[in-house]
Structure formats: structure tokens, C-alpha cells
Design a protein around this ligand. Structure first.
Ligand SMILES: *[C@@H]1O[C@H](CO)[C@@H](O)[C@H](O)[C@H]1NC(C)=O
Ligand SMILES: *[C@@H]1O[C@H](CO)[C@@H](O)[C@H](O)[C@H]1NC(C)=O
Ligand SMILES: *[C@@H]1O[C@H](CO)[C@@H](O)[C@H](O)[C@H]1NC(C)=O
Ligand SMILES: *[C@@H]1O[C@H](CO)[C@@H](O)[C@H](O)[C@H]1NC(C)=O
Ligand SMILES: *[C@@H]1O[C@H](CO)[C@@H](O)[C@H](O)[C@H]1NC(C)=O
Length: 391
């Protein structure tokens, strides 16, 4: 329309083809410039300002995540007064000044992904305040097992949630470090607000005889998460890990059987023993109700991480914030990864060792082990009220 009005006024009917073409191009470029400006000026304020700052600042430096955090902190700091969150400008300042101490938990929690974007500002503020003002508390929830089940993945995925703060390392308190005392244990924990859940994971708890009693002594209300996986695959994965550290160990077959032709499985070998889930579970059930224990399927954690995390969030009494928007599947690795947090230059996949290729085991050996585990599995399904379909 603008074109027609302009051309009819400036270029009367007698004008040459040249000038009308010129007018057309001129108007077109004007419109284009206008569109560009509109996009620039309208879209910028719509973006949550803290995210915007971070992205802008992060681009300057593509070094490691830690460096990036510090760098973006400095940027946010100088410009926190421009914050478009208005009232939240003061907490934002606190956030930025103390950003360098923030752990990865908050990095992921605060800058999770699309689903929680509308909450981004609040989440960071809450986390940052927790870092400074919260208290160290004994954990409310523990991932107690099992080794090679996918416990690291569950911890890394659940800690995206802004209401979860987790210890990144395995404290081994209820197995190896119990004599150091509860104060030592509490001291390891991240600071949390009252509304936040404190978590840690140590997979060896599940097979430690004293662990359930000790945890019940800490609190009988502790929520327990166990990531379980087909015990045969688990054993092979466990062996693969050991083999990568000690290449001289005997073959899997030699370790798994006392006498293979007789089908005598060596249940004293840890890689075999851990997978006899029902035996360990019975020990836990002397101290905890089954409803206090949530079982995550290690298989579904890979095929449907959002579904499994949904159930974990329900179990912990958390709002479902972690959804499939947070994950993508890396086909090379055959493993789900977390989408790129805005603050970091790389997406967060688990370490190289996770999802590593297993050693090749004779199919007959696998069948023998399946037969061995079957009765234990059946009893386990009955007790937890869920069929994991490992047969
Ligand atoms: C950040 O914003 C403040 C307040 O508007 C301004 O004075 C300061 O120059 C800005 N700093 C940078 C680095 O742009
Ligand atoms: C940042 O945190 C540290 C330690 O928690 C605290 O001592 C310091 O006062 C904080 N800085 C600001 C500016 O709030
Ligand atoms: C989040 O921030 C907005 C804007 O500052 C505020 O209106 C809202 O109450 C906050 N929500 C929470 C849960 O703090
Ligand atoms: C395994 O059992 C068979 C049959 O009883 C026996 O002949 C063989 O010596 C045993 N092998 C080992 C290594 O014990
Ligand atoms: C997928 O995993 C492979 C192997 O670990 C890695 O090299 C690659 O960068 C990953 N790709 C993506 C998109 O994460």
C-alpha cells in the first residue's frame, strides 16, 4: 500500500519505467530497514534479561564452563542495574557477585531449559540466595544404588530441578566414612533453602549391610531412589569398567562361574552379587517401607528419560519441571544428553566412560546368567510391584 501511495504521488502516470522501478526498490529497502529495526527493538526486551546478558557475555569467551560462569558473572554485575526484572534488581546483584561460587547444580538449575524459562529469573534468585543464606542440611533423599545402573544420569538429570541441590561427588558416608560422624557429613552438603531438597548419591549403599540401619538412624523419612537395570547387562558393564582399569584380570566367564559346565555361578563375585537385587532389598525393608523406595528403570532412563524423571519428581514431591524439552538423544553415544545450558559452550553429556561399549560375551554365557537371575528377578518384581521385563 505504501508503495502505491508513494508512486502515485511522486511518479505521475507519465513517468518512465525507470523511476517507478527505482521507487519500488527504494520503498522495498525502507520496508526492510523498518522490519530489521522492529525485530531488534521489540524482541530484546521480551527475552529474560539475565539470560540475554549471559548469552552476550558468554560469547566473548569460549573457554571451560567454570571460566564462562565467572566471565558472565562479571558482565551481569556491571549491568545488573539495567535489569528488566525491576524489583528483582537487588537479588540479581547478589546473584552476580556471588556467581563464581555457584556450583554446576545451579548452573543447570537456574538456566535449565525452555520449560522453566519463565521461571528463570526466580530460579536463579532462589538458588543464589540458597547459596548464601541457606543452611547445610542432612539429605532428605538419597540415590542408594545400584552401581552401573545409571545413578550418575539420574543425579545429573534431577539436579536440573531448581528445588533440588545435590552433592556432585559420592561421599560414601554410610559405608566407608560413617565414623567421621553426622557433622562431617552435613558439612559436605550444599546450602539449601527450606523449600529445597538435599540429595547425594552413593551406589554402594544398596549392597552395604549396615547402610539401611544407619540411614534410618539419620531419618526414617529419608526418601530412597534405586536405579536398577537388567542384572546380566549390569554385570557385564561392571566388568567392562573394571577391565578398563585393570586389563590383566581374568575373563568374564572365568570370574562369573565356579564351574561353567555345571552352571555354577560364583555369587561371591561382586559383579554377580550386586544384581541379586531382592536379597539386598530385603535388608532395606527391615528399616523402610517399600513406599519410601522408588525404583528407576535403567533401561527406560535411556529410552524415555523424561518419563522416568517425571516419576522421580512425583516421588520427591516436586513439581514436574524436567520434561522431554531438556533432553536430546545422542545416537553416536546411544545415550540421552541434557540440552545445552545457555551458560555453557557445550551440551552436557555424561563422561566418556558412560555408555561405553561392553566387552563381547558369549551368548550362551548370557543365557546361563539369565537363568541364574530369573528367580531373583521374579521375586524382586513381586516385592516392588513392577515388572522390569529383564527376561
Ligand atoms: C551497565 O549499566 C550501567 C547502568 O545503566 C551503566 O552505567 C554502565 O556503563 C553499563 N556498563 C557496561 C559495561 O555497559
Ligand atoms: C558472596 O558470598 C560470600 C560467601 O558466601 C560472602 O562472604 C560475600 O559477602 C558475598 N558477596 C556479596 C557481595 O554479597
Ligand atoms: C517470580 O518473579 C516474578 C517477577 O519478579 C514475581 O512476580 C513472582 O512472584 C516470582 N515468583 C516466585 C515464585 O518467586
Ligand atoms: C566342573 O565340573 C565337572 C563335572 O562335575 C568336573 O569334571 C570339572 O572338573 C569341574 N571343573 C572345575 C574347574 O572345577
Ligand atoms: C555425541 O557423542 C559423541 C561421542 O561421545 C560426541 O563425539 C558428539 O560430539 C556428541 N554429539 C552431540 C550432538 O552431543
Amino acid at each position: 500500500m505504501a508503495y502505491r501511495v508513494l508512486s502515485s504521488r511522486v511518479a505521475p502516470s507519465s513517468s518512465s519505467k525507470f523511476s517507478s522501478r527505482f521507487m519500488f526498490i527504494f520503498t522495498l529497502s525502507l520496508s526492510f530497514t523498518y522490519v530489521c529495526y522492529s525485530v531488534l527493538f521489540c524482541s530484546a526486551p521480551v527475552m529474560p534479561s539475565s539470560r540475554f546478558e549471559e548469552q552476550r557475555c558468554a560469547r566473548r569467551d569460549s573457554a571451560g564452563a567454570k571460566k564462562l560462569l565467572q566471565r558472565s558473572a562479571a558482565c551481569t554485575e556491571t549491568n545488573s542495574s539495567q535489569s528488566k526484572l525491576g524489583d528483582t534488581a537487588v537479588p540479581l546483584r547478589t546473584l552476580s557477585l556471588n556467581r563464581s561460587e555457584l556450583t554446576r547444580t545451579q548452573g543447570a538449575g537456574a538456566r535449565g531449559a525452555d520449560a522453566s524459562r519463565s521461571k528463570t529469573g526466580n530460579a536463579s534468585i532462589i538458588s543464589a540466595s540458597a547459596q548464601r543464606y541457606g543452611n547445610k542440611k542432612l539429605p532428605n533423599a538419597l540415590i542408594v544404588g545400584v552401581k552401573k545402573g545409571g545413578t550418575r544420569a539420574v543425579l545429573e538429570f534431577i539436579r536440573i530441578h531448581p528445588d533440588v541441590r545435590a552433592l556432585g561427588t559420592e561421599p560414601h558416608f554410610f559405608d566407608r566414612n560413617y565414623d567421621k560422624g553426622m557433622d562431617w557429613y552435613r558439612g559436605l552438603m550444599p546450602r539449601t533453602l527450606d523449600s529445597q531438597i538435599t540429595m547425594e548419591k552413593t551406589p554402594s549403599y544398596f549392597v552395604t549391610h549396615e547402610a539401611p540401619r544407619r540411614i534410618a538412624t539419620m531419618s526414617q523419612d529419608t526418601k530412597l531412589i534405586v536405579v536398577v537395570r537388567n542384572p546380566v547387562t549390569r554385570a557385564i558393564s561392571d566388568y567392562t569398567q573394571t577391565l578398563s582399569k585393570k586389563p590383566d584380570i581374568p575373563s568374564f566367564e572365568e570370574l562369573a562361574f565356579k564351574n561353567r559346565s555345571q552352571g555354577l555361578v560364583d555369587t561371591s563375585w561382586n559383579a554377580i552379587r550386586i544384581g541379586m537385587y531382592i536379597l539386598h532389598l530385603e535388608n532395606w525393608l527391615q528399616y523402610f517401607r517399600i513406599s519410601q523406595i522408588h525404583f528407576v528403570s535403567g533401561e527406560r532412563l535411556i529410552t524415555d528419560p523424561a518419563g522416568e524423571l517425571g516419576r522421580v519428581q512425583d516421588f520427591l514431591g516436586l513439581k514436574r519441571i524436567i520434561t522431554d524439552k531438556h533432553f536430546y538423544f545422542n545416537r553416536t553415544k546411544g545415550f540421552p544428553c541434557l540440552k545445552k545450558p545457555e551458560s555453557s559452550s557445550t551440551p552436557r553429556c555424561l563422561g566418556k566412560s558412560k555408555g561405553r561399549t561392553h566387552v563381547q560375551i558369549d551368548q550362551e554365557v548370557i543365557e546361563q546368567l539369565r537363568d541364574f537371575y530369573r528367580p531373583f528377578n521374579v521375586k524382586f518384581y513381586e516385592t516392588v510391584g513392577h515388572d522390569f521385563r529383564w527376561d
